[in-house]
Design a protein around this ligand. Structure first.
Ligand code: NOJ
Ligand code: NOJ
Length: 571
């Protein structure tokens, strides 16, 4: 009798079964994932012994791979999830953890490291030792998403504190940390760096998207704190970044190419992660900011997911419009190249975010760009706007919900019985692989579960943005004139060299020649990155022989805007 009943219901019974499987998984895994996150945060997390207060270890795994470090990206994404829970009143116990995180980040910002000092690019350092000392081994550095993700997490906290009447704490303690990160983005967003997977040195969609977001919400916060000069500077560069962001779109293959370099297909979880971490329900399905339900982000999601259908054994036999296990990118070979929990969860989360917006606006739009995404579920669907009163709307909505749940069902299937989430699961048999108890895996399931329940994070101001008609790809620069008083002999010249790219990174062979228009004052005017500290010296070159000025190095910090003149004299 029961078998017959189920048989008659056909497909809908399996859909129902899947949704109750996922319900059960959400119920059992949520507390495990939450505990898994907290266990990896110092000083008292049960798996993070040795980590300073507020420090998130990537994983307790100390060999093969050794992840017992703290990455700014992982930590900031994890704390964004915790700060969202706290500020939305979903967990009021997290305040101490959040304040610990804030002070740990304030400390680590000041730690000189192989990427530089706090004012010469050091904020782009991807990872530190768990006692917050610098990690000095070889690594893919810098990685320029970290400061943006950290700023976004802390801005969410700052906005809540201000609404709670605690503006003075924000001004004295939170804002200085945020301001350094935003200043870093203003200066460096147009320079290349390593992608979120730490492999490709180029520009990267995820990095650009999260930089854009943080400057937008940073501008709003700066205004709230009364600094309109900084707010304008952030907005100017956010406009430029938004322009640049559009260039990742591949109009022929209809997806966002993950990296400007790297020589790969460009299909990458990078773009789904960017969509979920820049989700702003107030922006609807805006394609300029690649919102989760935008036609571009949905098309890109399909292209990305489809790239994994045939490369993993565990995906074989799965219908071409059903969920599959997904990894970082199809060419991945790290640890054998397997699906990752956090990337599979990101697909589900993007779809749940889309559903949040469709429910809110009461319509689904199908465009020529998103048509292939939607025809997966209904071959007859046509371009158009479907109001919530139509059956097309309800059919598509429930098909997308089923598709989304499918990704969590895959994670559920390959979660071991103790609920522990490692970094990867085997493409051959789904067993856990690579770093155990990856903090980011736990956070990624928690945010996907939240989105499934309809929780949407605070708006960051994505609504109503337009791409400026003319785009500038230069970071903010200031005009600096260097005057050096130096008596020279005929044939002898004065040059400038220093610690930043624009000053030739201490090279003597490519040092910058000063002019003699006002001899004996030698002079040169340069456009240098704003708000940047560097060291420099003048050198004399005569008959190929280089003579340096005496020590110590000269040091200077450029202003945030405008111009300046430095007057020095040979020593
Ligand atoms: C370690 C990095 O964390 C990982 O992302 C990368 O794939 C491997 N190194 C190989 O480069
Ligand atoms: C390797 C991943 O590719 C990278 O994104 C992450 O930050 C580190 N592992 C630490 O989890």
């Amino acid at each position: 009798m029961r078998a017959l009943f189920v048989y008659c219901l056909g497909l809908s019974a399996s859909v129902w079964a899947q949704s109750s499987t996922v319900d059960a998984y959400v119920a059992s895994e949520s507390p495990i994932a939450k505990a898994g996150v907290l266990a990896n945060i110092g000083p008292s997390g049960s798996k993070s012994s040795g980590a300073k207060a507020g420090v998130v270890i990537a994983s307790p795994s100390s060999t093969n791979p050794d992840y017992l470090y703290t990455w700014t990206r992982d930590s900031s994404l994890v704390f964004k999830a915790l700060i969202d829970q706290y500020t939305q009143g979903l967990d009021t116990t997290l305040r101490t953890e959040i304040d610990n995180f804030l002070s740990a980040e304030a400390t680590v910002q000041q730690v000189s490291n192989p990427s530089g000092t706090v004012s010469t690019g050091g904020l782009g350092e991807p990872k530190f030792n768990i006692d917050l000392s610098a990690f000095t081994g070889a690594w893919g550095r810098p990685q320029r998403d970290g400061p943006a993700l950290r700023a976004t997490a802390l801005i969410t906290y700052a906005n809540w504190l201000i609404a709670d009447g605690n503006t003075s704490y924000v001004s004295s303690t939170v804002w200085p940390v945020i301001e350094l990160d935003l200043g870093y983005i203003v200066t460096y967003w147009n320079q290349t760096g390593f992608d979120l997977w730490e492999e490709v040195d180029s520009s990267s969609f995820f990095t650009t998207a999260v930089q854009h977001r943080s400057l937008r919400e940073g501008a709003t916060l700066a205004t709230a704190l009364g600094d309109t000069t900084l707010a304008t500077q952030y907005t100017t560069q956010a406009d430029n970044i938004l322009c640049f962001l559009q260039s990742y779109w591949n109009p022929t293959s209809l997806f966002m190419t993950a990296n400007t370099g790297g020589g790969r297909s460009g299909k990458d979880a990078n773009t789904a992660l960017a969509s979920i971490h820049t989700f702003d329900a107030a922006a609807g399905c805006d394609a300029v900011t690649f919102q989760p339900c935008s036609d571009k982000a949905l098309s890109s999601l399909k292209v990305y997911v489809d790239a994994f259908r045939t490369i993993y054994t565990i995906n074989s036999g799965i219908a071409s419009n059903a969920a599959v296990a997904t990894g970082r990118y199809p060419e991945d070979s790290y640890m054998g190249g397997n699906p990752w929990y956090l990337t599979t969860a990101a697909v589900a989360e993007q779809l749940y975010d889309a559903i949040i917006v469709w429910n809110q606006t009461g319509s689904i739009e199908v465009t020529s760009t998103s048509l292939a995404f939607f025809t997966q579920f209904s071959s007859s669907v046509a371009i158009g706007v479907y109001d919530s009163s139509t059956t097309t709307y309800s059919d598509l909505l429930s098909a997308v919900k089923t598709f989304a749940d499918g990704f969590l069902a895959i994670i559920a299937e390959y979660t071991p019985s103790d609920g522990g989430l490692s970094e990867q699961y085997s493409k051959s048999d789904g067993s856990p692989l690579s770093a155990a108890d990856l903090t980011w895996s736990y956070a990624a399931t928690l945010t996907a579960f939240g989105a499934r329940a309809g929780v949407n994070p605070a708006s960051w101001g994505a609504s109503g943005l337009t791409v400026p008609s003319s785009c500038s790809t230069s970071g903010s620069t200031v005009s600096i004139t260097f005057n050096e008083y130096a008596i020279t002999v005929w044939g002898e010249n004065i040059y400038l060299t220093g610690s930043i790219d624009a000053l030739q990174d201490w090279s003597t062979s490519t040092a910058l020649l000063l002019n003699t228009d006002n001899y004996p004052t030698w002079s040169i005017t340069l456009n240098l990155p704003a708000s940047t500290t560097f060291q420099y010296k003048f050198i004399r070159i005569y008959n190929g022989v280089v003579t340096w000025e005496s020590d110590p190095n000269r040091e200077y910090t450029t202003p945030a805007s405008g111009s300046d003149t430095i007057n020095d004299s040979w020593r």
